[in-house]
Design a binder for this molecule. Structure first.
Ligand SMILES: *Cc1c(COP(=O)(O)O)cnc(C)c1O
Length: 406
């Protein structure tokens, strides 16, 4: 199937935010005008030369972009002859790709004259990236977080507060991400004249899947150019981990028209039974959650199933609508990696390359290693979405220092 990239970017999603049959806006009537306002503002502002050049300056001077592409020579010698390369989003300011869209959302808020950024966070990574953007732009930041998550993710709560964000503890229901989303929506409904909702991945109602993809595309555009400059060729395959799907869609999009294989890696956790994984495309069905339509992990009644992965940034029971679309088109292949395989990759990359990846990113590394083992030649480019400093205590406690994996 051939894709022309500029046609694709002009036509996907359509004006109502649909990627084929996925996406859209599924919201109570009272919330629709707020998201409509964001969609209209984004369409108007995103093409302005001033917005684009200001975002470029931020990328360069504040975030430290472009992040490099790195050839993993020792790991390739271990696993090769196929060669492994990493796009180093772990070197982006704050240590992961999430800041790419948070800075875009913050800049949009500034152009729209908003005073406050509102969001929910699960593990706290989105909250920290957004609090960073708010501090940079001099905006208020209100992050809704379940009480259970607050207890589990103390360092991220501290970081958010240090950056000046207000963390709202949500105690209803299971007191985790779902309740935090509901609480953030309620707060937004009351204050949307002066604030903006900032979603943390390519999920939620239109225009977020589009906007977050656009803001993350710097990852793939840089990587494509850097890889060609290093090797004179395109990679044979690329891969990235898929939670909501923001780092992967930003990485994949600039390569969509190229004659290469593209793989999205979903977390298989502890196994294939409901509750053991978060592989929404591989095991999900079409449904609506958090304001958009896509593949979701759900029971017979359509209620969302609990999602699990050792990587807390991947344990979401849905996936961005564009991934559902690219899956059905057959342009991107989606496959899975277990906790155990991700842990092995975490230790291998740490010991052979001196790069401790985030557990999320370790899923992509594990898949790249799996592909390399099957091939006699060629090159695989993996998106390393973030660094693993946040994960080292957990990994050491549960898996030691990796003797059995090396
Ligand atoms: C949040 C996170 C992810 C998962 O989010 P996507 O939207 O799927 O990219 C992946 N890697 C890291 C390091 C993260 O913090």
């Amino acid at each position: 199937m051939d894709i022309n990239l500029s046609t694709y970017l002009r036509t996907v999603p359509d004006e109502n935010g649909y990627y084929g049959e996925y996406g859209g806006v599924y919201l109570p009537d009272e919330l629709r005008p707020a998201f409509q306002e964001i969609a209209e503002a984004y369409q108007a502002i995103c093409h302005s030369a001033q917005f684009i050049s200001e975002l470029r300056r931020i990328r360069r001077q504040f975030q430290g972009r472009p992040t490099p592409v790195y050839h993993c020579e020792r790991l390739s010698r271990l696993i090769g002859p196929c060669q492994l390369y990493l796009k180093r989003e772990d070197l982006n300011h704050t240590g992961a790709h999430k800041l790419n869209h948070c800075m875009g959302e913050g800049l949009l808020a500034k152009y729209m004259g908003k005073k406050k950024l509102i969001a929910e966070t699960g593990a706290g990574q989105h909250g920290v990236a957004l609090a960073t953007a708010a501090a940079f732009f001099g905006l208020e930041c209100e992050v809704h977080m379940g009480a259970v998550d607050i207890a589990k993710q103390a360092p991220n709560v501290t970081r958010m507060k240090m950056l000046g964000a207000k963390v709202i503890e949500v105690t209803e229901g299971n007191a985790t991400l779902k309740e935090a989303v509901d609480s953030a929506f309620r707060s937004y409904l009351q204050s949307y004249k002066t604030s903006i909702y900032c979603i943390g991945s390519v999920v939620g109602p239109h225009p977020f899947p589009l906007m977050v993809r656009d803001f993350q595309m710097c990852v793939g555009s840089e990587a494509r150019e850097q890889f060609m400059e290093m090797t004179g060729l395109l990679p044979d395959a690329i891969c990235a981990c898929v939670g909501g799907g923001s780092n992967s869609i930003g990485f994949f999009t600039p390569f969509l028209a190229d004659p290469i294989e593209i793989f999205g890696v979903e977390p298989l956790g502890k196994g294939t039974k409901p509750g053991q994984h978060a592989a929404s495309i591989t095991y999900g069905k079409k449904g609506v959650l958090h304001g958009f339509e896509s593949y979701l992990l759900q029971d017979e009644k359509g209620e969302p199933l609990p999602a699990y992965s050792v990587a807390s940034g991947l344990d979401y029971p849905g996936v961005g609508p564009e991934h559902a679309y690219l899956h059905d088109l057959g342009r991107v292949k989606y496959d899975t990696v277990t906790d155990e395989e991700a842990i092995e990759a975490f230790f291998k990359l740490s010991r052979y390359e001196g790069i401790i990846p985030a557990l999320e990113s370790a899923h992509a590394v594990a898949y790249g290693m799996k592909l390399a083992r099957q091939r006699k030649s060629g090159a695989i480019l993996i998106n390393c979405s973030g660094r693993g400093d946040k994960d080292v205590d957990y990994v050491a406690e549960h898996y030691g220092f990796g003797e059995k994996y090396l």
